[in-house]
Design a binder for this molecule. Structure first.
Ligand SMILES: Nc1ncnc2c1ncn2[C@@H]1O[C@H](COP(=O)(O)OP(=O)(O)O)[C@@H](O)[C@H]1O
Ligand SMILES: [Mg+2]
Length: 174
């Protein structure tokens, strides 16, 4: 009692690891940034990986999403932003990442996230998926809802970084 050596050891071990945080980020929200800040505190290197969508038609190009994320994460140490396509586990191997970071907002995220995590584990048992919860204030924020509310004229202030709001404005109210 009192000392927690095993926790200290694993925190040190995690601090040396590279983690990948993959997603669409169309656009990045404060929920994503909350998760990035938490991940950057846990891992030695956190690579935010923007998926080059093939099926969904994104609002922002991959380049725009990468730019927004770079700007929004500039002050967070050991965070990098990259883009990828293809199998996540292949990109993880290329980056030397041993963990994949994902966010769970509510029970509704759980089913899909568990499927993905178990499929990725089957594809590469070396890569571990780690789930983090955002601050409650962002637990209902999704990129989809942000786009919908903004498009209909509602306020999204405080839910996305100001630079993202400016980009949305430029897209829809030039
Ligand atoms: N507000 C939020 N709080 C915490 N995690 C979030 C939030 N919004 C999205 N995420 C998580 O970030 C990851 C990427 O989300 P998203 O950009 O929607 O890409 P994807 O197309 O992979 O779902 C997912 O794990 C998602 O659950
Ligand atoms: Mg999503």
């Amino acid at each position: 009692m009192g000392s927690v050596p095993s926790r200290t050891v694993s925190a040190q071990a995690a601090a040396g690891l590279t983690a990948l945080y993959p997603g669409s980020f169309d656009p990045p929200t404060n929920g994503h940034l909350d998760l990035i800040e938490r991940g950057a505190r846990l891992f030695g290197r956190l690579i935010v990986a923007v998926l080059r969508n093939t099926e969904k038609a994104p609002l922002f190009t991959t380049g725009e999403r990468v730019e927004m994320l770079r700007e929004a994460t500039r002050s967070i140490p050991h965070v990098e932003v990259a883009e990828f396509e293809g199998l996540l586990v292949d990109f993880a191997r290329q980056c030397g990442a041993s963990a994949v970071l994902r966010g769970i907002r509510a029970i509704s995220d759980y089913e899909y996230e568990m499927q993905m995590a178990l499929m990725n584990r089957r594809l590469d048992p070396q890569v571990e998926t780690v789930f983090l919860m955002p601050a409650e204030a962002y637990s209902y924020v999704s990129s989809r809802l942000i786009k919908e509310v903004y498009r209909l004229g509602g306020s999204i202030q405080g839910l996305v970084p100001p630079l993202v709001e400016a980009r949305l404005r430029a897209k829809w109210r030039p």
